[in-house]
Structures are given as structure tokens and as C-alpha cells.
Design a protein around this ligand. Structure first.
Ligand code: SF4
Length: 550
């Protein structure tokens, strides 16, 4: 441990809030708003120092101070300081840059913690406060204000008056990394700070919100190191995923997942304001000790839209074939209406209300459902809005992959229907928890011909294929269900073309002749497109296809 030089930029710039002059990076204890350190705060200069200084930090305030002067990762120290001196974004060129590790921010008696990845080079690394001064933080703090954690909706700079109540925010890695990617060694070097922080917070902590898979995995690793009980197999990250962690003293902390508030997610609509509000409302429920959303009448669907349930639904209409099968298997007798495409279970008895894209809204209303279940991709937003306008509660699911399907259905049954996780859903979780088996396979999966449409990226089918360890070449062509030609499919040179029997009824005489000489295998399309009970058998069916293809 030693004293670092803080002389990289001797010219000073005025702090944008206080106007006080600071050199960059900012020397500790020189008056920067919120600076937890002093000139005598011990400095970690190696991974071993981090272990020792983290373990002996007696309070969160001292932990913050020690974090904020850490120099244990040479690459990150060089990066954060070089950005602060010569790598500033042009629009911030006249501002001083913090250029140090970014400590945690918020309530020291928090019952809720948000864990992100790492500070942004021109965000937290500039302002000295986590998630402050960049677009991701704009999203996060606005949402925290909406659910009552933040005193104001904006976070521009340390010293802007923002306060958090009941919640604390921290990063899994405390220094801004190049390309926002810390190395595994840097992640592990920084881990003792996280361990100590969670350990100091444990007496009041009830819920941790992980923003993105990095934060999720960081928390699970920390929990294991701290001796907390983590379920096996390792819980997978997903938006709105929840897992209970048991502490040695018998207490529990719920880990909740959310897509990260990065621009990649918020610009593309992968994470909407409603989705973020919904997950933060759930965090609020758990943090405040109110874990049963259904009974409070505050249930929200996968898109974050409130669903006004008067109690357990008994007259349900499903606009989604997969969910019709799932509901029929889980809450027998609840379905009073389904679409013409709801073909499973084969003996399903319910009024048919036309197709998924053109449901008979008048007929639905006449049936007086206490809940309609829909899906963001399969159903039209306009129909959902019209049903809601007519006073019908609608629960919209969002399912782009296996984990989302499992989480979405667990929420639907637990929160909307108020029933335990059904056995088939638990079994589906087990089936899809294991790693890929067998060699990889390059596949193309058409879903229609004339014109040819294939399974692309950002689809449930794509995720299934990837989870088998195979390569979906359609993902290289486009997202969702890109239009293509037989010639383009040939040019992709797949090991095999998988021809489903739905939605287009490919068969031995309809499909292979157009794709010769490619190897084509027919298969039950339900395995690749139906979530719900079909997920239990799907893996075995598809792996059998893989063996046949080789
Ligand atoms: S990433 Fe963590 S351990 Fe590495 S220098 Fe920054 S604060 Fe220290």
C-alpha cells in the first residue's frame, strides 16, 4: 500500500455544480461533493491489499472511502486516469474528471440494493457517482424516482442534491473498464469490496436487483463466498427472474434480475420503461416486506402494465396457443375461450374466438372473462388496448427465449392465478438447465415457403437451438423470421435443414425437393415453437433429431 500520485493533470477545471476547481483525477479529500476518502485513506495497490482492506473496513462509509482510492488493477487505473486527462468526451472537456473508483451511492440502511456492471468512462468516472451523468443512469434514476426510491428524477453530477431512501446502488467492478468489459482477473480482484459491502448491508438487506447477467453472476458468486445458500443448478439470469438466497442466520434475500439499463437495451425496446417500473415495483414490494403482489392488487404483466385482478381468475380467455395448453394443464376448467390455433390439449373444451391476430373482441366481452392472456409478439397491441378499454384485464407475456418463458409462466401462475409452480414447469426447468450435449450442428429452420421464411435471431426457436449447442444460421440472416430464398438457404451450407410440420405443413414431399441436395429432416414444429408443457419433451425430440442428422 502506498500513496499514489494525483498529478496527471495539474491544470484545474471548475466542478459543474459547486464551481470549485479540481485537478483530474481528483485527489482524495479535496472537497469533491460526496468524496468519501481523505488524504490518509489506505490505498490498495494489489489484489492482496483489496482482500485485507475490504475485510477490515468497519463501516460502509470507510468501505466507500477505501474503494474510492483503490489502485489494485493496473490496466483499469491507467484507463480511468487516461480518460480523465486526455480521453474526455468533447462535451465534457471543460469539466474535471473524478478518474477514481466509483463508490456505492445511497442509503446505508437500505433494504434494497441495485448491482450494475461497472462505471461508464464519461459517466461515473467523470462525476464520481455511480450511474450518474450518462444515458443509462438517466433511465435508472427516473425509474427510481417513479417508484419512490430517489428524491428527484435526474442525476447529473455529484452534488446535485439527489438522495436515495431505502436503496443503495453499486457496481460489481468499481472502475470504468475499456469497452465496458473488465477482465475476469479484474472482476475477481474487485470482488472483496462487493463481499464486504453485502456483508455490512446484510442486517437490513431483503432484495438485490441485478442489472444484467454480469451483476447477477457477481451477486451469486459473492453469496457463495459469504456462505449464503444458492440454489443448484445455478439460477439463470432473466428479466424479472427471482431466486431466494438463504443467509447463515436463517434470513433470506431475494435476487431479482432485470435487463441492464444500457442504451443497447433501452433504444431497441428490449427494456421498456414499463418493464423497468414493474421490476422496481417488485423490488419495492420485497424490500418493504410485501412479497405477495397478487393480493395487493398490484400485479403487473411482463410489459409492466398493471393488471387489475379482483381475485383468482376463474373465467380466462387465452389468445396464445402455448399458454392455452399451459393453463389447461395447470388450472383445469379455467379456460372459457381460446383461439382457433389452440390445438393442445386435443380435448380442450372452450369457445373459439377466432385467430391470434383477429380475435372476435365482441365475443370475448360477451364471455365476461376475468382475465385475458396475450403475448406481445403473437397478438396485436390494438386488440389488447381495445380489450382494456372495454374493462377487461389483460396480462401480456413477453417471451424471447427459454429462460424468459420459464420466468414468465412462473409469474403468470404465481401472481395472476395464485397457484404453486406446476410440476411440468419445474420439470421443464430441470430439462433445460443442463449444458449442451453432443457435437454442434449448423441448422436452418424454415417456417414457411413461397415466400421462404426462416427462424432468425431474437426468437424462442433461436434460443432453443443455441441452448442445444447448435448454430442457427437463420440468426445470421436476420432477426425474427427473415424472408429468404431457397438459393440463399443452399448458400448457408447447413449440416441439416429442419422442416417443421407447422405453421407451414412441410413434409417429405413438400420442402426437401426445393432444397436438394441439402439434407432435410421433418420434425414436429411444436418442439421448437411451443413453450409450456411442450418444453419438457422438446429437448429430447430435438436432440434425437441431432443424432439422426449426424
Ligand atoms: S476495479 Fe476494483 S479492485 Fe480494481 S482498481 Fe478498481 S476498485 Fe480496485
Amino acid at each position: 500500500m502506498g500513496r499514489p500520485p494525483y498529478d496527471r493533470r495539474m491544470t484545474s477545471d471548475p466542478h459543474p455544480i459547486t464551481g470549485a476547481a479540481f485537478t483530474s483525477p481528483v485527489p482524495p479529500g479535496t472537497g469533491w461533493p460526496g468524496d468519501p476518502a481523505t488524504a490518509t485513506t489506505p490505498v490498495a495497490a494489489s489484489p492482496g491489499d483489496v482482500v485485507g482492506l475490504a475485510a477490515t473496513a468497519p463501516t460502509l462509509a470507510e468501505l466507500d472511502a477505501r474503494v474510492s482510492v483503490c489502485r489494485a488493477c493496473p490496466r483499469l487505473v491507467e484507463w480511468r486516469e487516461s480518460v480523465a486527462v486526455t480521453g474526455r468526451r468533447a462535451s465534457f472537456a471543460d469539466q474535471p474528471y473524478w478518474g477514481r473508483p466509483v463508490p456505492s451511492f445511497g442509503d446505508e440502511n437500505a433494504n434494497a440494493v441495485v448491482v450494475g456492471l461497472a462505471p461508464a468512462a464519461n459517466g461515473g468516472n467523470r462525476t464520481g457517482r455511480v450511474f450518474t451523468g450518462d444515458k443509462s443512469g438517466d433511465w435508472l434514476f427516473a425509474a427510481l424516482h417513479r417508484v419512490g426510491y430517489a428524491s428527484q428524477p435526474t442525476a447529473t453530477h455529484s452534488g446535485d442534491g439527489l438522495e436515495l431512501s431505502g436503496l443503495r446502488i453499486l457496481a460489481g467492478v468499481r472502475c470504468a473498464p475499456p469497452e465496458n468489459k473488465p477482465t475476469v482477473a479484474e472482476r475477481d480482484t474487485c470482488a472483496p469490496w462487493l463481499d464486504r459491502e453485502l456483508s455490512l448491508l446484510a442486517p437490513t438487506l431483503k432484495v438485490i436487483l441485478a442489472l444484467g447477467a454480469f451483476g447477477w453472476d457477481s451477486v451469486l458468486r459473492a453469496a457463495r463466498r459469504l456462505g449464503w445458500t444458492v440454489p443448484r443448478p445455478k439460477p439463470r439470469f432473466g428479466h424479472a427472474a427471482e431466486v431466494t438466497l438463504e443467509l447463515p442466520d436463517g434470513g433470506t434475500v431475494t435476487l431479482v434480475g432485470s435487463f441492464h439499463v444500457s442504451q443497447h437495451n433501452t433504444f431497441t425496446g428490449r427494456l421498456t420503461e414499463q418493464m423497468l417500473d414493474a421490476v422496481l415495483s417488485r423490488v419495492r414490494q420485497l424490500g418493504d416486506g410485501d412479497s405477495d403482489g397478487a393480493e395487493t392488487g398490484q400485479s403487473v404483466d411482463d410489459l409492466g402494465h398493471p393488471v387489475p385482478l379482483a381475485g383468482r381468475p376463474h373465467r380466462v380467455i387465452s389468445l396464445v396457443p402455448s399458454l392455452s395448453e399451459a393453463i389447461a394443464a395447470t388450472v383445469p376448467g379455467a379456460l372459457v375461450g381460446v383461439t382457433d390455433w389452440c390445438t393442445h390439449p386435443p380435448d380442450l373444451q372452450a369457445v373459439r374466438i377466432r385467430g391470434t391476430k383477429n380475435p372476435d373482441l365482441a365475443r370475448i366481452c360477451v364471455l365476461e372473462p376475468d382475465l385475458v392472456v396475450a403475448n406481445q409478439e403473437e397478438n396485436r397491441k390494438l386488440d389488447v388496448e381495445r380489450l382494456r378499454a372495454a374493462g377487461v384485464p389483460v396480462w401480456v407475456t413477453r417471451i424471447d427465449g427459454i429462460d424468459e418463458a420459464l420466468i414468465s409462466m412462473e409469474r403468470l401462475f404465481g401472481e395472476a392465478f395464485g397457484v404453486p409452480t406446476p410440476a411440468w414447469l419445474s420439470r421443464a426447468k430441470e430439462v433445460w438447465a443442463s449444458a449442451p450435449r453432443g457435437p454442434s450442428l449448423r441448422v436452418v429452420v424454415p417456417v414457411w415457403r413461397d415466400p421462404w421464411l426462416i427462424v432468425g435471431s431474437d426468437t424462442y426457436g433461436h434460443d432453443l437451438i443455441e441452448r442445444l449447442g447448435w448454430v442457427n444460421l437463420g440468426g445470421l440472416v436476420g432477426r425474427r423470421y427473415p424472408r429468404t430464398t431457397a438459393e440463399e438457404i443452399l448458400a448457408l451450407e447447413p449440416d441439416v435443414v429442419l422442416l417443421p410440420d407447422e405453421p407451414y405443413p412441410f413434409s417429405a414431399s413438400d420442402g426437401p425437393e426445393a432444397l436438394a441436395p441439402l439434407r432435410c429432416l421433418p420434425f414436429p414444429g411444436r418442439s421448437l415453437s411451443w413453450y409450456g408443457p411442450a418444453m419438457v419433451e422438446a429437448r429430447g425430440v430435438l436432440e434425437g433429431l441431432g443424432r439422426e442428422a449426424r
